[in-house]
Ligand binder design. Structure first.
Ligand code: UD1
Ligand code: CA
Length: 460
């Protein structure tokens, strides 16, 4: 059986944050969820997560998943370090298991890489294996120390390394497989004789190598997959890389991305020939159809956008937009809005918890909240659906073919029956029947030369 142990209890001091490091998001997903998926899809039979103060957060994040959570208490004076953390999983490991240990802070590792690593370990008949990589200056990483015959001897941490060891370019990304019996036997022998007085899992390598165990070294060239996140600038670097990779994958599927600054969360679905410009952010459980146009600064989250929709610099959350509709610039769909086919929303139109029927138009500066609108309705500039009385929200119903004049207030609850006509500036508080005109304005007064008679200005 393969048991994955993900270490996620560390304090992440170098992040200078009050949040748990592994909860920090990369492309809108917590770092730990990438590692979790990679472990799950790599062929692990069981996953243990060593959590610290973030235990409740992690339990909630992986609710419904088959995970064993272990708790490491962290704080001044308490034992600390990757070996101590990993050892907490020992009670869940059988002697004949293979234990894949992963850090919670290497988010770009792919499941396929882990599967290949597991294969390498099994096929080579190794007692223990680790992934390594090489770079010009592996600052901050443990260095891979080999003897003159190129045989792995130990891993030395940056802060404990001699000047010669610091010259080594091969580094330890922190991904290992241990035979279960060796994991359980030797982890607890590790001490804290190092610069940080911590229990280092990397000491396992020296212990196993001096016990004559067979250690497999699986070297990868794809460094980005094994880079760790210890600080916010490393996070930035990895996010930019991942963003590029995700975007290239979309382009391979026929999506046209124009510009670099496009932020798409992995898992979003986008149809071919949809064109997306710089500044767009597309997140969560969103699917976008074919031939859509999405211009800069648009934000779309947890929404369904059908084919041939145009979205110009607009903000959409938990909504559905049917084929051929268009909106913006600066339209706002708040949760539970549903635009049917060929709806047009112009600039500064906000819709919330409403359905808008086919062909209905709201060209400028309107608010449609808690309303059910039929087809081919014209909503004038500045029209407002007054849905809140200070205590309760109410719904308005507007049937097909109505005309709502500019600056009208539609005070819910009410129903405007089909083809009714609301004159500009009217405040409607009652139902209006089929084909009626509703007009409500204060009586006009038009007083000749009032400004001059009041001496407000001099008449010339
Ligand atoms: C570790 C390795 C280093 C390697 C690097 C790769 C050790 C001693 N060093 O260093 O050789 O190059 O990873 O990224 O292992 N954690 C706990 N409990 C603890 C301490 C840490 O759960 O008591 C977790 C952290 O949350 C983190 C992971 O273990 O996810 C690694 O810890 P971190 O402090 O980031 O180790 P590095 O200093 O990066
Ligand atoms: Ca780290």
């Amino acid at each position: 059986m393969i048991v994955s142990v993900i270490l996620a209890a560390g304090e992440g001091k170098r992040m200078k944050s009050s949040f748990s490091k592994v909860s920090t998001k990369i492309l809108n997903k917590p770092m730990i969820s990438y590692i979790f998926s990679a472990a799950k899809n790599s062929g692990s039979d069981k996953i243990c997560i060593v959590a610290g103060e973030n235990k409740a957060y992690l339990e909630d994040l992986f609710k419904g998943e088959d995970v064993e959570f272990l708790h490491q208490e962290v704080g001044p004076g308490l034992p600390y370090g990757t070996a101590y953390a990993a050892n907490l999983a020992s009670p869940f490991i059988d002697d004949c298991d293979q234990v894949l240990v992963l850090s919670g802070d290497i988010p770009l590792i792919r499941a396929e890489t882990l599967s290949k690593f597991i294969e390498f370990h099994k096929n080579g008949g190794f007692d223990t294996s680790l992934i390594t990589a090489e770079k010009e200056n592996p600052f901050g990483y443990g260095r891979i120390v080999k003897d003159e015959n190129n045989v792995l001897k130990k891993i030395v941490e940056q802060r404990d390394a001699s000047p010669e060891e610091l010259q080594i370019r091969e580094f330890n990304p922190g991904i290992y497989i241990f035979r279960g019996d060796l994991f359980k036997k030797h982890l607890k022998e590790i001490g804290t004789d190092n610069d940080q007085n911590e229990y280092y899992i990397t000491d396992m390598i020296e212990i196993l190598s001096s016990n004559g165990k067979k250690i497999g070294v699986y070297k990868t060239c794809d460094n980005i997959q094994v880079e760790g996140v210890n600080s916010k600038d490393q996070l930035f670097h990895l996010e930019m890389e991942l963003r590029k990779r995700v975007n290239v994958d979309f382009m391979k599927e026929g999506v046209l991305l124009r510009g670099e600054d496009i932020f798409i969360e992995p898992g979003v679905k986008i149809g071919r020939d949809t064109e997306i410009f710089s500044g767009a952010r597309i997140l969560g459980n969103t699917s976008i159809g074919e031939r859509c146009l999405i211009t800069g600064d648009s934000y779309i989250k947890d929404s369904i956008i059908e084919d041939d929709v145009v979205i110009k610099s607009s903000y959409i959350e938990q909504s559905r937009v049917e084929k051929g509709s268009d909106m913006g610039p600066f339209a706002h769909l708040r949760p539970n809005s549903h635009l049917k086919e060929k709806v047009h929303l112009g600039n500064f139109v906000e819709v919330k918890n409403s359905t808008i029927g086919k062909g209905t138009k709201a060209g400028h500066l309107a608010y449609v909240g808690d309303a059910d609108l039929g087809e081919n309705i014209n909503i004038g500039c500045g029209a407002i659906f007054v849905n809140y009385d200070g205590k309760n929200k109410h719904r308005a119903i507007v049937e097909d073919g109505c005309f709502i004049g500019s600056n009208a207030n539609i005070v819910a609850p009410l129903k405007l029956a089909k083809n009714s006509f609301i004159a500009a500036g009217s405040t409607v508080t009652t139902d209006v029947e089929d084909g009626d005109l509703f007009i409500n304005r204060a009586e006009s007064r038009h007083i000749k030369k009032w400004v001059y008679r009041k001496n407000l200005k001099e008449e010339k």
